[in-house]
Design a protein around this ligand. Structure first.
Ligand code: ADP
Ligand code: MG
Length: 412
């Protein structure tokens, strides 16, 4: 491997300062002479399971283009992914259901390895023929995965000649299968990784103007870094969902029983006091109810002062219309976070209006976030968005300007 390469990669990372954007020029599979070779492919196959089956195969589908391209180039593929957060070997988090779904989606023979690494796995890898796939067991069955243990990374790297990382959703973690293996083998980004980093970096570095960011959802503390970043680079930042309440509270409005943590109000106040705060737009009307259920009494408030005992569960129709107009007039749009509790019919209108506006807009549109993407999908609008990001935490960290270790090791 060795140690020297690992050290130099670490030294290189350390030279970069936080806040500097993740590099956009990645080595890609066009840069490697892969024909007929064995490739260790890290994918993000961390799919939801139900009754022992894959409940949503979106991540498997997103990984297929790289899998098929490598197969067409005569590669044998050793596929590696995590699934959930097992503590040691856990049959309930085996990749068996993923192997079954993969067999239905590709013509390739797919073998599920009995473990992550070891003599049996090594033999299976060495016996692979061009076009065949060996799916390793859940890499987090090995405790060395999340600590980027050098022995595990050595064993993984011994399974192949080349390393390709397509797991953008795991790129914010410096694990054995994301960073350790990249340090040990000639490595490159897969097509999904390339597309994710390309689409998100384009928004950050040379967006068509005006750049409009729509930010909502519930995880305010996790997303405040993204709010700050977009206030610097965007022309407007439209805030909805539970994220609006700390800001409204900081402006002195009553928030009733609306969901927000008191520490978020102080953070929101500091954002409102910083430069470019005028770019931030907040709701001016709200849908409120006495509880978050479809049959609770509810009303549309023409203000943002929530009465005691009521909670704000959606942006109001006037705000939805204003946000939709901004989106219609944008050159680029980034959207993360629902505008309300869209899972419950009476509070879904604001999210629906934003989704429709994003789909209809002539702007370059990028949508990210687990619930946001599921809202867009539910409305059947996914194909009308230019880029649907598959990364949760990784997408937010990249936009915030943090260094993603899994991307950093693939930089040119
Ligand atoms: P994403 O997964 O798209 O990044 P988050 O995880 O931050 O989004 O938040 C999504 C959740 O936020 C949704 O389940 C939605 O019900 C919730 N939410 C949105 N607006 C509100 C609100 N006003 N009050 C409570 N929860 C809300
Ligand atoms: Mg979420």
């Amino acid at each position: 491997m060795g140690a020297a390469e690992t050290e130099s990669a670490t030294a290189f990372s350390a030279k970069r300062t936080a806040g500097e954007p993740t590099p956009t020029r990645l080595r890609t599979i066009d840069d490697l002479d892969l024909a007929g070779r064995r490739v260790l492919l890290r994918a993000d196959l961390n799919v939801p399971l139900k009754d022992g089956r894959v409940a949503d195969d979106a991540r498997i589908l997103a990984s297929l283009p790289t899998i098929e391209e490598l197969r067409h180039r005569g590669c044998a593929i050793v596929l590696v992914s995590h699934l959930g957060r097992p503590h040691g070997v856990d049959a309930a988090l085996s990749l068996r259901p993923v192997a079954e779904r993969l067999r239905q989606l590709t013509d390739a023979p797919v073998t599920l390895a009995p473990a992550v690494v070891g003599d049996d796995v090594q033999r299976l890898a060495e016996g692979l023929r061009p076009g065949e796939i060996l799916l390793l067991e859940n890499v987090r069955f090995e405790p060395g995965e999340t600590t980027n243990d050098s022995r595990l990374a050595d064993s993984l790297a011994a399974l192949a000649d080349y390393y390709v990382n397509d797991a953008f959703g795991a790129a914010h973690r410096a694990h054995a299968s994301t960073v350790g293996t990249a340090d040990r083998l000639p490595s490159a980004a897969g097509r999904l990784m390339e597309r994710e980093v390309g689409a998100l970096s384009a928004i950050l570095e040379h967006p068509a103007r005006p750049l409009v960011a729509v930010l909502g959802g519930a995880k305010v503390a996790d997303k405040i870094g993204v709010v700050r970043r977009f206030l610097e680079i965007a022309d407007s930042v439209l805030v909805g969902g539970a994220m609006a309440f700390p800001f409204l509270a900081a402006e002195g409005h009553r928030t009733g029983a609306s969901r927000h943590a008191s520490e978020d109000v102080a953070i929101a106040a500091s954002v409102l006091g910083a430069s470019h705060a005028e770019r931030l737009e907040l709701p001016d009307d709200l849908v409120v109810a006495q509880s978050a259920s479809a049959d609770a009494s509810r009303q549309t408030l023409e203000s943002v002062d929530v009465p005691d005992g009521w909670l704000g569960l959606d942006i109001g129709p006037h705000t939805a219309e204003r946000y939709a107009e901004r989106i219609a007039g944008a050159g680029s749009v980034f959207w993360n976070g629902p505008m309300g509790v869209f899972e419950i019919g009476p509070f879904a209108a604001g999210t629906g209006a934003v989704a429709e506006a994003v789909a209809a807009s002539a702007a370059i549109t990028v949508v990210g976030g687990g619930e946001t993407v599921s809202a867009v999908r539910r409305l059947g609008l996914e194909r009308r968005v230019d880029h649907v990001s598959t990364g949760g935490g990784a997408t937010l960290e990249l936009l915030e300007g943090r260094i993603l270790p899994g991307v950093e090791v693939l930089a040119q």
